[in-house]
Design a protein around this ligand. Structure first.
Ligand SMILES: Nc1nc2c([nH]c(=O)n2[C@@H]2O[C@H](COP(=O)(O)OP(=O)(O)OP(=O)(O)O)[C@@H](O)[C@H]2O)c(=O)[nH]1
Length: 132
């Protein structure tokens, strides 16, 4: 099981959604996801998330509360994906790994084509937004 961390960044009521480019497997390519990546040996989740955001968005974040964790089996590998709310500390420098950034109100998130493992997280955000 691969441990992966992902950042749910919300700014002025909008959620930051990132489109992947071409990936190793077609079923991962060009889908939307939350920025982040694999936890490396010796790192805790928050360290991993800050490192990944430094690399992918060329900026810094504060990692806030843990939202949920989900397990997903892709045809070729399995991940455990941990979502955290994050606050961005300065503007995004540049996208080094994604082809597009879309900022959407929570209610519109399901309009995007998400990685399958992210759909439970999007539903969680929706449910919480409605509950507020
Ligand atoms: N960062 C991130 N990865 C996700 C999400 N949902 C999801 O299924 N994943 C998958 O979890 C793995 C994350 O590892 P990674 O981001 O370090 O992957 P990588 O750079 O090696 O990319 P690659 O495996 O496509 O070459 C990828 O296989 C990615 O497709 C998500 O919301 N954020």
């Amino acid at each position: 099981m691969i441990e992966v961390v992902a950042a749910v960044i919300k700014e002025d009521g909008l959620v930051y959604c990132f489109k992947k480019g071409q990936a190793k497997y077609d079923y991962l390519s060009n889908k939307f996801e939350f920025p982040g990546g694999k936890v490396e040996a010796g790192e805790d989740h928050r360290q991993a998330l800050r490192r990944e955001i430094n690399e992918e968005l060329l900026t810094d974040i504060d990692v806030g509360e843990h939202l949920l964790s989900v397990e997903h089996n892709y045809p070729d590998f399995s991940i455990r994906l941990h979502f955290y709310t994050c606050t961005i500390l300065r503007p995004i420098g540049r996208l080094t790994e994604h082809t597009q950034l879309v900022e959407l109100p929570t209610e519109q998130l399901l309009e995007l084509d998400w990685l399958p493992a992210d759909v439970p997280a999007v539903n969680f955000l929706l449910k919480n937004a409605i509950a507020q």
